[in-house]
Design a protein around this ligand. Structure first.
Ligand SMILES: [Zn+2]
Length: 146
């Protein structure tokens, strides 16, 4: 077992993803939020090194992505191989789920049809003006059947 795989803690303040909390790397974390380690004579992002250590080389053209969006996390169940597009899709899907939790479809329809000022709509529904703006422009729910 590589040493960096043991420099972690189970962060119970994170939401459970796939049944477990994040396993957060406690070593050097650079400003982008990724943990960095020395691995096979080079500097690696820790989640990539962890993946390689457990599963072998990362195929060309694929990235090691996080289900949990927590960059220093190296919990194996939170990592998956995907294209950059998978990563974007995954993030957007989660974004939509988050918004969905707050507003019903009926409320979203009302907001989209509303002609009042966005700040007033936002105040009425307890959401941000940016969220109202996104809904009105269909950015968050473009693919949903409203
Ligand atoms: Zn995680």
């Amino acid at each position: 077992m590589k040493k960096f795989l043991t420099r972690v803690f189970r962060d119970t303040s994170t939401p459970k993803v796939k049944g477990v909390h994040c396993l957060v790397f406690t070593g050097a974390v650079i400003p982008t939020g990724y943990g960095h380690v020395r691995y096979e004579g080079e500097v690696w992002r820790v989640h990539r090194a962890a993946w390689t250590e457990r599963h072998g080389p990362i195929p060309v053209g694929l990235n090691v992505c996080h289900h949990c969006d927590n960059r220093p996390c190296i919990e194996d169940r939170h990592l998956y191989l995907g294209t950059t597009q998978d990563n974007v899709d995954d993030r957007q899907r989660r974004g939509r789920q988050r918004y969905r939790a707050k507003l019903t479809d009926a409320q979203v329809r009302e907001i989209m049809a509303s002609t009042e000022r966005q700040v007033d709509t936002a105040a009425r529904y307890g959401i941000t003006q940016g969220h109202v703006s996104n809904l009105k422009h269909g950015r968050m729910r473009a693919t949903r059947n409203l």
